[in-house]
Design a protein around this ligand. Sequence first.
Ligand SMILES: Cc1ncc(COP(=O)(O)O)c(C=O)c1O
Ligand SMILES: Nc1c(O)cccc1C(=O)C[C@H](N)C(=O)O
Length: 413
Amino acid sequence: MITRAECESLDDKDPLRAFRDEFRLPPGVVYLLGNSLGALPKRTPERVAHTVETEWGRDLTASWNKAGWWDLPQTTGDRIAPLIGAGPGQVIAGDSTSVNIFKAVSAALPLRPGRRVIVSDLDNFSTDRYVVEGIAKTMGYEVREIGWGEGAPGLDEALGDDVACVLLSHVDYRTGARHDMASVTARVHAAGAIMIWDLCHSAGAMPVDVGEADFAVGCTYKYLNGGPGAPAYLYVAPRHQEVVQNAICGWHGHAAPFAFEPYYRPAAGVRRFATGSPPVLAYAALNASLDIWERVDLERLREKSLALTSLFIELVDELAPASRSGLTLVTPRDPERRGSQVSYRHPEGYPIVRALADRGVIADYREPELVRFGFAALYLRHVDVYDAATALAEVIESEPWRDERYRQRLTVT
Ligand SMILES: Cc1ncc(COP(=O)(O)O)c(C=O)c1O
Ligand SMILES: Nc1c(O)cccc1C(=O)C[C@H](N)C(=O)O
C-alpha cells in the first residue's frame, strides 16, 4: 500500500500544487465538499470589499456604467464559457441553476412543436426533476422517466418522435457516474429532440465541452468557488439564440431596457435570458475566483482529479474492505466513467459522516445511505486523500452509530 510519505512526494511533483495557496482552508481540516460549496479564494474578500466600499459606497449608481455592473451577466458568462467549451456571447451568468433549468426547458419546448414529452432522469438532482415536473403540469407536457439503476428504462427506449427535449446531469450528484456528453447529445439529436445538460458537478472538475448541445446550465458555487448562492449560468447554442423565447422575460433582457417600452422586445443573443437586477456583490465574489480559473489547465486538473479519486478508492479497498467495513463503492471504478467524487453506500452512512467531521474530514451524506467525498483537485493534496481514507477506516472501526450524538440529523445534511 502507498505510504503517506509517498503521497507527500506525489504532492511535491504536482504541477497544480501552487493553486492550493490561493485558497483559504481551515487548518487541520480535510475538506472533501468542494462538490457542494467550493473553498474561499484568498482574493475574494478584498474584491467584494472593493465593490462594497468603492463601487457602491463611493460611486453609487455611476457604477452601473463605470464599474460594468449592467454587463455583469454577459462579461461573467464570457469568463465561464471556456470552462464548458463555449465561446463568447454564448453564456449568461445569473439566477440560480433551478431558474436557468426553467428558462432552458421552457425555451426548448417550442422549438419542437407537436412533441409533448420531456425526458427526465429519475436519479437526477431533486431540483432538476421538480422544475421539469412544474413545467409539465403548468404547460401541459408529459414527463418520461429514465434512470441509471438496474432495470430502469434507458435513454434509447425513452426516445421517440414525441420527445421534445431531454434534461440530464453530466455527472450524477450521488454516484459521481459520468455520461459521455457527445454521444448522448448525438443520440438525442438523432431522435429529433433538444439536449439540455446540467453541468453542476462537472464544470471546474474537468474539461467540459458543450459541443452540439442545445442548452446547458450549471452553478458556480461548487468546483468554481463563486461562494454560497453564487450566480449560476446558462449556455444557449448560437443557432437558437435569435429564435428562442425567455419565459421570464424581464427588463434586463429587453432590447432597449431604458426605453421602458410597454411591450417586450428581446435583446440580441444570449442577453435575452437576463431577467432582473443582478446581485452585484455575488458577481464580485465569482469574478475573483474566475481570476484563478482562467489560469487553470483543465486537462491537468482532470489528470489530478482522477489520480486523487483512484487513490482514494485504492486506499479504502485496502484499509476498509467491503467485507470488514460494510462500505459498497457506488462510483464507477473505470476512471473514464467517473466525475470527481467517490461515494460509498453504508447502512450507517449518516453517523459515519458526522464522526468524520469530528476528526476534521468533511464529507456529506445523501439518501439513500450514501457517504459522499468530493475531490476538488485545485486545492486538495494526495496526503489529504491518505488522511481521509485512514480516518474513514478508523471511524468505521469505532462504530459511531452507537453514539446518539452522531445520529441526530442537522437541517442541512
Ligand atoms: C445537479 C444539480 N443541479 C442543481 C443544483 C442546485 O440548483 P440551485 O443552484 O438552484 O440551488 C444542484 C445542487 O445544489 C445540483 O447538484
Ligand atoms: N446548493 C446547496 C445549497 O443551497 C444548500 C446545501 C447544499 C447545496 C448543494 O449544492 C448540494 C449539492 N448540489 C449536492 O450535490 O447535493
